[in-house]
Design a protein. Structure first.
Length: 273
């Protein structure tokens, strides 16, 4: 236990936070396992039926609650989380450096995602409303709970190992790497203006099919390193489980749709997985 408290603050005196640390981790891990089993959250390529292995013309599927455009869905995903992070500067005012770094990192992360939705990503399909509600609820609640958890650390003794500097570095690497590979994906869709999927190239796409997920995982681990709370650790671990499953499903999708997909390209970790 002493080893654990060297890296994280002690559990907060909150039944809500301690319960959600467990519930969130288990839920995200379950969703990640569902992705591996072929039960997907319905957005991006997993919301469309494709007509051939090398060229896909998205055909929207029917959903229980209906669907809306992918751009609208993506904005719904990230806006509540951004508003929660930005509002924390006023709702939970503090000059504590660790708290300021967490607020800033969360706000910048969601602002970047909204910017990408508006000006970088190219969309052609739809997103299921039920999937959008699931993801936006997760982003909003995790952001609010991460900040709420941090508020309990004010005045407490710092963990023996200060991970803040490493967290800042990991955050910058993660957010820049994620943006760079999102730009590569957008350029791929811009080459001929057709609404079809292609095998991504450039950057880490030469070794893995989901480098944007890899860098996103780094961003969420940077939140933990900056905050060092049990809840932020739980959410970073849960996000990792989910994106591992999603990347596995993505690689399987490319293998099934493209006969010329390079077999040496892994899902998430170069040369390993």
């Amino acid at each position: 236990m002493e080893m654990v408290t060297s890296f994280v603050y002690p559990p907060p005196p909150s039944i809500l936070l301690n319960t959600m640390s467990v519930v969130g981790l288990v839920s995200l891990a379950k969703v990640g396992w569902s992705e591996v089993r072929g039960i997907h959250l319905k957005y991006s390529k997993f919301n469309n039926k494709t007509s051939s292995s090398s060229s896909s013309s998205p055909q929207p599927q029917k959903h229980t609650l209906g669907s809306f455009s992918s751009r609208t869905g993506m904005l719904l995903l990230y806006t509540p989380g951004f508003l929660a992070a930005a509002a924390s500067f006023f709702i939970l005012p503090s000059d504590d450096l660790r708290f300021l770094l967490l607020k800033s990192a969360l706000t910048l992360h969601f602002f970047k995602r909204i910017f990408e939705v508006m000006f970088i990503h190219k969309y052609s399909g739809e997103m299921a409303i039920d999937s959008a509600l699931t993801i936006t609820t997760s982003y909003f609640s995790s952001t609010a709970l991460m900040l709420y958890s941090q508020n309990f650390t004010l005045g407490l003794t710092e963990p023996s190992f200060d991970l803040k500097p490493l967290g800042v570095v990991v955050f910058v690497v993660g957010i820049v790497g994620n943006l760079y590979h999102h730009v590569l994906l957008a350029k791929l869709r811009n080459e001929d203006g057709k609404k079809e999927y292609k095998i991504p190239k450039g950057g880490l796409f030469e070794t893995i099919i989901c480098p944007h997920y890899l860098f996103e995982i780094l961003v969420f681990w940077s939140f933990f390193m900056v905050s060092q709370t049990i809840y932020s650790f739980s959410f970073a671990m849960g996000t990792t489980f989910y994106l591992v499953g999603r990347s596995y499903a993505t690689r399987s999708w490319y293998l099934s749709k493209f006969d010329d997909f390079p077999k040496h390209i892994k899902a998430l970790i170069p040369f390993v997985f």
